[in-house]
Structures are given as structure tokens and as C-alpha cells.
Design a binder for this molecule. Structure first.
Ligand SMILES: [Zn+2]
Length: 1042
């Protein structure tokens, strides 16, 4: 195959106006009317008026179901998130379109020469897999809750054996299970609070199957919206010793093996009989793991995010880049409203691909730039249909017929496909990059390489704790690891240094200097940059001056007694420095305290536990002062991304100080009560990973869709000035934007629902590029097709992000109610429209949503959605911010942690043990377990854990000798230690945050904190157990169906 095909030297003299990469897609406002609609620009989708909140309706529907009052289903987006869309204030970026002019450099086209061609190996295995999957979706899971004809309101009443009926109505292929009558039902739907804290059967009753009245456990009956009852004494940062005794009875070894569905006569609820996330994960691994997944079929459901496989791009973007909540959209908006399944895509545009998968090809059309549809500005992609012998093409998004530019002309083969189809990434691949022309650059000038500015809080506490010295020492080696393009020898990224307390210190580290020079800016009200030349430098050139500076900084401030700090002026200073240097970049801010010094962005401690569970609780998640919002807007407009490393030992108002980070695509890290010895490894690992991360700078993302639907809402570490341009000062490999779609017309089942995501960005070497991801989904007028192709992991990602956004504007209680209500609604609609006829009392779950209730319950129990005085407000704001930019794999793990048994390890094998369900029942006194959620990892040890295991891991003779102080394990030369280290390494790999290890001993105080990660159990904060939540959802479904 000729690689030359990608050079495609354009016949510049013939280039036609309107075809070159004019910047309409990212351009000024006069072109924006073309996006997303093809008729009257005012018809349905106009930019919001200043000051008017956009109604986003993630949970909204005109179908009046459930308790929340009409109108309140709609979450409204606040200005806080996206800022006022003030006409005239939009930064005029990427101005155009001027006539094409010479580009400064020519980039190697199609740069991955070593990659194998991608022949059309329409993999039979993947087709088979799909067929198998579709077949298996016919199997439903049933939970019988009450008998046929039982009124929904009494569906949950306990002690009626007659209510355990229904299995005889089941088709033979369907499975059913019974909930014990003693397992109490939820309250009436109109009092569901989203947490359904029902008393559940005590373990004894569960085991012997005796139904009957339940002795309510006062500890577990607590509703989150109410003051703590007598059984629970909230204590500050202390999870209550009273729970450590009688509560901690483990019923012995966990019952491994696949979940079993009991037969019709079953009268007790075996925890194994309700759908198990572990089983779903393991089944998918067994059927699809280790295989090649080719993306050659529209609407194909990919393997689960937890399944390891090799992905081959054959025309649709890899699921590493895009995952959808369903791979078949309902064809009409009425159907969509009926089912209320969110239609969304989780897009992680810079996701890391493993070494055994093909990296993205780069297409370079020289000065002509990318080929785009004249009308909708979509980029050339596999969805364009070539016609008239190859002279024209029809756009798959807007159906406009466009001329093929002469340089791009190619003949068609006997099936109407261009003969160079497989030689051009933009014709045959789901994902690829374009080299952008000057029209796509700020001020039509090629961008400069980005810069990293390190800004260190040198107030008393940071100096005294040794943190400043730690940072400076680490930077000396880290600066050699700045990211670079593969073909380049050294990084093009320039670096700069600032320290601050109440004032700012800039440093001149020009290579010609013998000593670094410090310049103090004490007017923090109006920050200016005191030097341009010598502030941002190439580390290799200025190495000796920079090292000298990093040696001096800890000494320079050694005697400081300044305890007050500023914060907003620090960001302002970094942003102004990047602006003055005319480049994009990242700030790395290392900060410890609430910024109380007199300056813009000054904050006071406004944390108030009395606001919990009131309508004002939402204010705790909003910034305290407006200046951060304006600062965020300025940062985005100047391509300034803010990474924030917080080291608080008290309230620092994460909701305020984290806002700019959130809006600029930055990452927030938080190390509570940072202790140099215990916490350095975690912090340094985070810092290292962040500095080395592949990142796109000064990015703007546009999501285009085929006719009939459009992107209506966006969730992520993003900023939006209008309704279509997703701005990110930077976007790294871990950041995902979740996009919700809504119908604006009927969808065509033949042409499907096509999505193109284009991210314009500046690379680490300063190239302006476009990264294009395309995916095609099916459409159907049968809701069964929609339910069949749902992906629960993506659904939970969407629900989490939309709920976490909604809490800015709505009471948390209402947000939780909406989540419960929508879960019930989706399942009720399935029952009504798709399932075979059966008793009303049966809970029927579509196969693809089998574990939606358990995951939804985990989301509902998240500390972000549950206000409890024991949970620090900053922790909630922090987790809210983290989840907002997470991809599907990260939210899956975060909401349903991985629990790995260690006592039964096969020490000879390399494999990771299969996880068990996150429940206390799976723990055993004689066992040891690892639990990880992506932020933390716990090593839990049973009181009778095998001595050889304890000796092997800790080098101590017994359980009693284990210290829980350690945050790492000793390096020991034995199989146990090596195996555990390798497991820890494995679960840490590809995770955005370094997980700090906590050692937990059974029946000790620290176990109470650990227990809240056993997400199938009733939570110490009042969240329902999985079983209780299932009953609660069932109850709601019964009401909806009646
Ligand atoms: Zn078009």
C-alpha cells in the first residue's frame, strides 16, 4: 500500500474557495448559525440570552411520572458552570477565514509508517460475539416481590407468603427470583428519598429464611434527611465505635462462584440471587476478553470497560474514545420520552491506547487543510458517501452534496467505494488527526509551544512541613521528563517559576545569568508580569540557573513567618504570563490554606453544617465569590489550564478555589493533613504523572450529529461560552466530556445516528491539530432494540455527572428523587413495552441493565449526594469535581470498588484474582482483601488471616503485630509480598490518581471508614443496601405500571 496517498500534494492553484479549512467550525459568531441545524437558525437552538439559564433537562421529560412536582425535573444550568453568554465578550479565537497562506512547516503525513495496513478483516469473531450478546439479552432476570393482583401500595407489606408467586408465568428462558416477604418494601413512592433506608432482614433471618417482622436496626434506619437517631452518634472524623462490636459479624468465607438464581420454591433471598456486577463483569471477560474487537459495524455494543481486549479501528471510534449509553437510539422523540433512557456519549478524546493498538494517523492536506462539508462543516470521514463517479460526495450529517476538491479526487470501485478507501485514514477509520492550517490558529499565527509554570505557596506551613523543599527537589528531576513528540529529542515546553504568600515572586532564570533573579509583585490587586525575557525558558538551556533556583527557594523562605496567602492573583499572574508570552500552558499550583489575605478572590470560612439537607445546601458547592468565575473565563480565553495540588489541614473552600481548575480542564489533587513521610509517595507520583501526561492545549471541541438529533448538554472539566463550543484550556488523556443528545426530529433507521467529535488543539510541540472521532449508532422504532444495546457503565457516568451538576441549582433531596424515579421509569417502560407478559409483581430487568439498580444505589450513596455532618464539605466538593471529568472506566470503579480476595492467591500465576461483590458478607475472618476505588486502596485483614500471609506481607509474626500506620508495604523477598506488589501495580496502572494505601484490621476503629466502600451494604450514612434499594425501585415500578 502506498503511504504516499496521504501526502496528497494539493494543487494549490485549483483550490476552491470554501473548501480549504476555513475556520467556520471554530470561527467567529457569524458562522455559528450553521451548526447543528439546517434550516431556520432560530427554529430550535439558539444561544442563551445573557443571564438566562439554559434548561438542560437531563432528567426532564414531559411524561408526568413520579413524585417531583412538574417542572422541577429539569435541572437548570447555572451561570456558574458555563458563565454568562454575553455577546461581545466571546474571545475572538481562531479568526478566519482569510485566504490560505503558506504554512510555516510541513508535517510528516500519516506519520505511523510502521503501522500495519488495516485490511478489511471483517472479523467474524466480532460478529459472532455480537450475535451471542444479542441472544443473551433475551434472558431477563426476575424478582418476584408480591403476588399478581396485589395492589402496588401493599406490594411490600411483609409477612404474606402468598405474595411469593409468579414464577409459573415465566417463559422457560427467563430466570426469576424471589425476595423474601420479610425484606421490607419501600415507603410510598411519594416519600422515596432516594436512599430508601429500609430496615432489612437481619443476617439470621436471611440465612434461615424465616420471614416475618423485621426488628429495625436503629443504626440502619436513619434517613439522610433527618437528624441522627439514637442509634447513631455522629462524631467528627470518627465513625463511631459503637458500630465496631456487634455489627461486625462475618458469616464466614465468601461463597465464590457464579451467582445462582434460585428455583421457584425459593422463599428466602439469597444475596447471590440478585444480579451481580461481578458476574456481569466476569461473564463479559469470559466471552470477549483477550479478543480483537473490530469497530466495523454501526451500533455494535463494545465489550465492557472492565474487559481487556484489543481494539481495531475499522470505521468507528474505539470505545476507548467514545462510549454511549445506548448504541441504538429510539427513532422518535416520543419513544425517547417514553423510555427516558438518557441518550449520551462519554467522549475521552485523548484516551491512552495500549501499545498493541494503532495510534492515530495524522492526515496532512497542506495549505488546503481538512476537507469539510460546505454546509455543516463536518470533516471528511467514513460517513461521507461518494457519488457521480467520485466527483462529489454527500455529507452523512446534513445530506448536502459537495464537490470533491480536485486534489482529493479518486475513482470509485464496483461497489461505489473509492479505490483509495483503505489508504486514507479519513475514509476508513473512526479516529484520526488532521494537521490544521493557520485558519485554525489564534490570530492566524502558528502557535508557540506551550509552557508550564510552577507556582509554590511558600507560606510558613509549607516551609515548615518540608513541602516546599520536597517540591523543589522533585522538580529538579521531573523537568527532564516534560512531554515531547516521539520524533523529537527534547521537549519544546518552556518552564517558569513563581513563589507566593501574600505577595508574588517571579524568577528570571535566563540561561545567560549566573544566578536567578527574583522580582516581587506586591500589588496583588492588579497583577502584572514584571519580566518577559527570562521568565519562560527551555529547561535544557537554563538548567544550571533553574537548578540553582530550586536549591535556593527553600532557603530563601526558611525564616518566613507569613501564614496568610493569596490565591486568585496567583492564577491571574500565571495567566498573564502565558498571555504575554503568547502561548497556551498549564499552571501547577501547590497550595495549602484558605486564601484570607487582602486580595481579589479572598475567601472566608463559610462552611456551615447547618445547611446540610436544606435548600441552601447547594450553595456549599458554588463558589463563594464571583471573581473565580471571571478568572476561569479569562484563563480559558487564553489557553491557561490550572492544575491545583491542595494540602489542606482544614477547610480551604474547594468549591471556590477549585473552580478555575474545573473550568480549564485542569486536575485537582487533594492531600488532607499532608505528612511528609506518609504522603510524599502519593503526591510525587501524582505530580510525575501529571507532568508527563500527553495533553492537548488551547482546545475547543465540537460535536456534530446527523439530522434528527443534536447535542444539548455537556458535562466535564470544560467551559462553554455558547451552546456548541466546548472550550478546554487543556485536555489530557484522563478527561472525558459527557454529551447528552436530544431529538429534534425523527431519526432515519437506514442512515442511523451519526456523531462526529472534532477537537482542535495545540500539541505539546506547538502544532495546531484536529483530532476527529466518528461513531455511528443505530436507530430503531422498537424500544426493545434500544434496551438491548444499553451500556450501564456509561449510563452511570451520565447520571453521576448530570446529578452532580444539578446539585448546584437544586436541593439534593430532589436530585436523589429524580435518580430513583428515572431508574424506575426506565425499568417500568421496559416492562411495559418489551418484556413478555407476566405477573405485575415481578421485577423484570433488561439484560443490559441488570446491574443498573446496584450501580444507581452506589451513586445515591455517594458522599456528594448525601449530606452528613461527618463528611467534610471540601471532600464532597472535591469528589464532585473529580467525577465531573471522569471517563467510564473511572466512574465504574469509583462507584463500585474492586474487592479482591488475597488469601486464596495463586502465587505461581500472573493473574489478578477475580473480584468479589462489595459486601461485608464476602469478607471472612480468615481472609485478606484489597479494595480499590481509583482514589484509595485498602488492605483489609481478617482477625484470623493466615500467619504465613501476614509474615509474608509485613514481616511480623501475627495479626496483633501489624501496624496500620504504614502507607506502603515493605519490600520483601517472598512470593506473597511480590504477588501483592504486582497486584497493586496492576490496579494502579492507567488510573489518573495515585491511590494511597490504608491498612485496615478487622474490628479496629479504622474499619468503619473502610465499610462505606462496601457499597452493596447499608451505609453508615443511611444509604440503602442493594437489596433494599431493589425493593424500593420495584415498588416504584409497580406504581408506575398500575
Ligand atoms: Zn454536512
Amino acid at each position: 500500500m502506498s503511504q504516499q496517498g496521504y501526502v496528497a500534494a494539493p494543487p494549490y492553484s485549483q483550490s476552491q474557495p470554501g473548501i480549504g479549512g476555513f475556520s467556520a467550525g471554530f470561527g467567529p459568531s457569524n458562522s455559528s448559525l450553521h451548526y447543528g441545524h439546517y434550516g431556520d437558525p432560530n427554529s430550535s437552538y439558539s444561544a442563551p440570552q445573557p443571564g438566562v439559564s439554559k434548561s438542560t433537562v437531563p432528567f426532564g421529560s414531559s411524561t408526568p411520572v413520579g413524585p417531583p412536582p412538574p417542572g422541577t425535573h429539569q435541572f437548570s444550568q447555572t451561570n456558574f458552570q458555563n458563565g454568562p453568554s454575553t455577546p461581545g465578550q466571546q474571545p475572538h479565537r481562531f479568526q478566519g477565514p482569510p485566504p490560505p497562506s503558506n504554512t510555516g512547516s510541513s508535517y510528516p503525513p500519516y506519520s505511523h509508517q510502521s503501522q500495519p495496513a488495516y485490511p478489511n478483516t471483517a472479523s467474524t469473531s466480532s460478529t459472532t460475539q455480537l450475535a451471542n450478546q444479542l441472544n443473551s439479552m433475551q434472558i431477563n432476570s426476575y424478582v418476584s416481590c408480591s403476588g399478581p393482583g396485589t395492589a402496588p401500595s401493599s406490594c411490600m407489606s411483609s409477612g404474606h407468603p402468598a405474595s411469593l408467586q409468579g414464577p409459573q408465568l415465566l417463559p422457560p428462558t427467563q430466570q426469576q427470583m424471589a425476595l423474601p416477604p420479610g425484606s421490607q418494601g419501600p415507603p410510598p413512592a411519594n416519600s422515596v428519598n432516594g436512599l430508601c433506608a429500609q430496615p432489612s432482614l437481619p443476617p439470621m433471618a436471611r440465612q434461615d429464611g424465616i420471614p416475618g417482622p423485621v426488628a429495625p436496626n436503629p443504626n440502619l434506619q436513619q434517613l439522610p434527611g433527618q437528624p441522627p437517631g439514637p442509634g447513631y452518634h455522629p462524631q467528627q472524623a470518627n465513625y463511631g465505635p459503637q458500630m465496631a462490636g456487634s455489627q461486625l459479624s462475618y458469616p464466614g468465607a465468601f461463597p465464590g462462584g457464579p451467582a445462582q438464581l434460585p428455583g421457584p420454591q425459593q422463599k428466602k433471598l439469597d444475596p447471590d440471587s440478585i444480579p451481580s456486577p461481578i458476574q456481569v463483569i466476569e461473564n463479559d471477560k469470559a466471552s470477549r476478553g483477550g479478543q480483537i474487537y473490530a469497530t466495523n459495524t454501526r451500533g455494535q455494543v463494545p465489550p465492557l470497560v472492565t474487559t481487556d481486549c484489543v481494539i481495531q479501528d475499522q470505521g468507528h471510534a474505539s470505545p476507548r474514545y467514545i462510549r454511549c449509553t445506548t448504541y441504538c437510539f429510539p427513532s422518535s422523540s416520543d419513544m425517547a420520552k417514553q423510555a427516558r433512557i438518557p441518550l449520551a456519549a462519554v467522549i475521552q478524546p485523548f484516551a491512552i491506547v495500549p501499545p498493541n493498538e494503532t495510534p492515530l494517523y495524522v492526515v496532512n492536506h497542506g495549505e488546503t487543510g481538512p476537507i469539510r462539508c460546505n454546509r455543516c462543516k463536518a470533516y471528511m470521514c467514513p460517513f461521507m458517501q461518494f457519488i457521480e463517479g467520485g466527483r462529489r460526495y454527500q455529507c452523512g450529517f446534513c445530506n448536502c452534496v459537495n464537490d470533491v476538491p480536485p486534489f482529493f479526487f479518486q475513482h470509485l470501485d464496483h461497489i461505489g467505494r473509492r479505490v483509495d478507501h483503505y489508504e486514507r485514514p479519513e475514509l476508513s477509520l473512526g479516529s484520526y488527526e488532521y494537521v490544521a492550517t493557520l485558519d485554525y490558529c489564534r490570530n492566524n499565527k502558528p502557535p508557540k509551544p506551550p509552557a508550564y509554570i510552577f507556582m509554590i505557596d511558600v507560606s510558613y506551613r509549607n516551609i515548615n512541613s518540608g513541602l516546599v523543599k520536597l517540591i523543589c527537589d522533585e522538580l529538579k528531576t521531573l523537568l527532564d521528563k516534560l512531554p515531547r513528540e516521539e520524533q523529537e529529542e527534547s521537549s519544546a515546553i518552556r518552564v517558569g517559576f513563581v513563589t507566593y504568600n501574600k505577595v508574588l515572586h517571579f524568577f528570571n532564570v535566563k540561561s545567560s545569568l549566573a544566578q536567578p533573579q527574583m522580582m516581587v509583585v506586591s500589588d496583588v490587586g492588579e497583577v502584572f508580569v514584571p519580566l518577559l525575557d527570562g521568565f519562560l525558558v527551555n529547561f535544557q538551556e537554563s538548567r544550571s540557573v533553574v537548578i540553582n533556583l530550586l536549591d535556593q527557594i527553600p532557603e530563601m523562605f526558611a525564616d518566613t513567618n507569613e501564614s496568610e496567602t493569596i490565591f486568585a492573583p496567583v492564577i491571574q499572574a500565571g495567566m498573564e504570563a502565558l498571555k504575554a508570552a503568547e502561548c497556551a500552558g498549564k499552571l501547577f499550583i501547590f497550595h495549602s490554606s484558605l486564601p484570607t489575605a487582602e486580595a481579589p478572590g479572598k475567601l472566608r470560612n463559610r462552611d456551615d453544617k447547618k445547611l446540610l439537607n436544606t435548600d441552601k445546601e447547594k450553595t456549599l458547592f458554588q463558589p463563594q465569590v464571583n471573581s473565580y468565575e471571571a478568572l476561569a473565563r479569562d484563563c480559558v480565553a487564553n489557553g491557561c489550564c490550572v492544575n491545583l495540588f491542595l494540602f489542606p489541614n482544614q477547610y480551604v473552600d474547594v468549591a471556590s478555589v477549585g473552580l478555575v481548575t474545573m473550568c480549564t480542564g485542569g486536575t485537582l489533587y487533594k492531600y488532607n493533613n499532608f505528612q511528609l513521610d506518609a504522603d510524599s509517595p502519593q503526591f510525587l507520583s501524582d505530580l510525575r504523572k501529571d507532568i508527563e501526561k500527553k495533553t492537548g492545549f488551547d482546545a475547543i471541541m465540537r460535536v456534530r450529529t446527523s439530522t434528527g438529533f443534536r447535542a444539548t448538554d455537556f458535562f466535564g472539566a470544560i467551559y462553554m461560552n455558547n451552546t456548541t463550543d466546548v472550550e478546554m484550556a487543556a485536555v489530557d488523556c484522563d478527561k472525558a466530556v459527557t454529551v447528552e443528545f436530544k431529538h429534534d426530529d425523527k431519526l432515519n433507521e437506514d442512515s442511523g445516528a451519526l456523531i462526529q467529535c472534532a477537537v482542535l488543539y495545540t500539541s505539546i510541540s506547538g502544532q495546531r491539530r484536529l483530532r476527529i472521532h466518528n461513531i455511528g449508532l443505530n436507530c430503531s422504532s422498537q424500544l426493545a432494540d434500544v434496551y438491548k444495546t444499553c451500556e450501564t457503565d456509561a449510563l452511570i457516568n451520565f447520571f453521576a455527572k448530570s446529578a452532580f451538576k444539578a446539585i448546584l441549582s437544586q436541593p439534593l433531596k430532589m436530585v436523589r428523587e429524580i435518580l430513583v424515579n428515572q431508574t424506575a421509569h426506565m425499568l417500568a417502560c421496559y416492562r411495559k413495552t418489551c418484556a413478555s407478559p407476566s405477573a405485575v409483581s415481578q421485577l423484570i430487568l433488561p439484560d443490559a441493565m441488570k446491574v443498573l439498580p446496584v450501580y444507581m444505589n452506589c451513586l445515591l450513596k455517594s458522599c456528594v449526594l448525601v449530606g452528613r455532618p461527618e463528611i467534610p464539605t471540601d471532600e464532597r466538593a472535591y469528589q464532585r469535581q473529580l467525577v465531573t471529568s471522569m471517563g467510564v472506566a473511572d466512574t465504574q470503579l469509583f462507584f463500585y470498588p474492586q474487592l479482591l480476595p488475597l488469601h486464596s492467591l495463586d502465587l505461581k500465576s500472573d493473574t489478578i484474582p477475580a473480584a468479589v461483590r462489595c459486601s461485608e458478607e464476602r469478607l471472612s475472618e480468615g481472609g485478606a482483601f484489597l479494595l480499590a476505588d481509583g482514589l484509595r486502596v485498602f488492605l483489609w485483614l481478617g482477625v484470623s488471616a493466615p500467619p504465613e500471609l501476614i509474615q509474608g506481607l509485613f514481616n511480623v509474626p501475627s495479626f496483633a503485630h501489624i501496624s496500620t500506620e504504614a502507607t506502603s508495604l515493605p519490600d520483601l523477598d517472598n512470593p506473597f509480598s511480590k504477588k501483592l506488589k504486582s497486584i497493586l501495580e496492576h490496579i494502579q496502572s492507567q488510573k489518573p490518581y495515585t491511590m494511597k494505601l490504608t491498612i485496615v484490621k478487622q474490628r479496629e476503629q479504622s474499619e468503619m471508614f473502610f465499610r462505606q466502600f462496601l457499597v452493596e451494604d447499608k451505609s453508615i450514612y443511611g444509604g440503602a443496601s442493594y437489596v433494599d434499594f431493589l425493593c424500593c425501585v420495584h415498588k416504584e415500578i409497580c406504581q408506575l405500571l398500575s
